[in-house]
Design a protein around this ligand. Structure first.
Ligand SMILES: [Ca+2]
Ligand SMILES: [Ca+2]
Ligand SMILES: [Ca+2]
Ligand SMILES: [Ca+2]
Length: 278
């Protein structure tokens, strides 16, 4: 196996690579690396699947709790579909799930964003999707994610335009995972936080009203991420927009978020991810 140098590492980390292409999905591998070593990915990738669709959304998580991280994808052409891909333990050898994955279900628009979180506390990761028909959808994992379509889905509400970003986080202190959605344009609020209605008396958030809290914004958003940026134990929001800016939103509690800073980029911000960089 040959490798191509991506970046020389200045502090320790271990990672594996994952990339999506327009017409297929590929996985890249890097060995564990540390300070002073060079980050390398295999120069040839392993094809996970190749469908006649454009993959524009992807995330990873162990959907069947067997210790192997699986994949979730969204399509932007052809079928408006969320699809899951089973990692059989040999992720860099051969296609996954026969090269076609398992269809979770259709949405009413092209699937621009996906995220994972256990929304109903049953131990299985559920899916959140955002599409170009403004819908924010949640999909219930029944414990057999790779067998047929998922029988339970629910539209928690609409954004103001195509949902280019979704994320899952504990945004208040009730212990239930909540949702953030980001719309590409429109009037009103493009950035919305959705409060999970789960309670011990009614444990099914897939048929209840999710309260939408608008985070006032007038800029078209391309991407959203979540992290506790100021270490106050409250999860903050990060957005990337069409006006070349990354902005961070401080969680003030009680579903209030204030824009605290703006980082100007050099082009449209199309994707965001957050990790501990120091
Ligand atoms: Ca798995
Ligand atoms: Ca679940
Ligand atoms: Ca919550
Ligand atoms: Ca915080």
């Amino acid at each position: 196996m040959s490798f191509r140098t991506i970046k020389t590492v200045t502090s320790g980390l271990v990672l594996a690579g994952l990339l999506a292409t327009l017409t297929g999905m590929l996985v890249y591998v890097t060995p564990p690396i540390g300070s002073g070593q060079t980050l390398e990915f295999a120069s040839s990738a392993n094809g996970v699947g190749d469908l006649a669709e454009n993959f524009v959304a992807i995330t990873a998580g162990d959907l069947d709790n067997n210790g192997w991280v699986d994949l979730v994808t969204g399509f932007s052409s052809g079928t408006n579909e969320v699809r899951v891909w089973e990692n059989d333990g040999t992720p860099f050898s051969g296609a996954w799930s026969g090269g076609s994955g398992n269809a979770v279900g259709d949405t009413s628009g092209q699937v621009y964003s996906v995220a994972l979180g256990d929304l109903d506390h049953d131990g299985d990761l559920d899916i959140v999707s955002g599409d170009n028909n403004m819908d924010v959808m949640i999909w219930r994992n029944d414990g057999t994610p790779f067998n047929d379509a998922w029988s339970t889905s629910y539209n928690i509400g609409d954004g103001v335009n195509s949902i280019f970003g979704v994320a899952v986080a504990y945004l208040d202190s009730d212990g239930n995972l909540d949702i953030v959605s980001a719309s590409i344009s429109g009037t009103g609020s493009e950035l919305v936080v959705w409060e999970n209605p789960y309670t011990s008396a009614d444990t099914n958030p897939f048929d209840q009203t999710w309260t939408a809290h608008n985070v006032v914004d007038t800029t078209s958003l391309h991407a959203v991420a979540v992290a506790d940026l100021n270490r106050d134990s409250k999860i903050d929001l990060i957005t990337g927009d069409i006006s070349n800016q990354v902005r961070v939103w401080s969680n003030g509690g009680s579903w209030s978020f204030a824009s605290q800073a703006t980082l100007t980029g050099d082009g449209d911000i199309d994707a965001l991810a957050v990790t501990d960089v120091n």
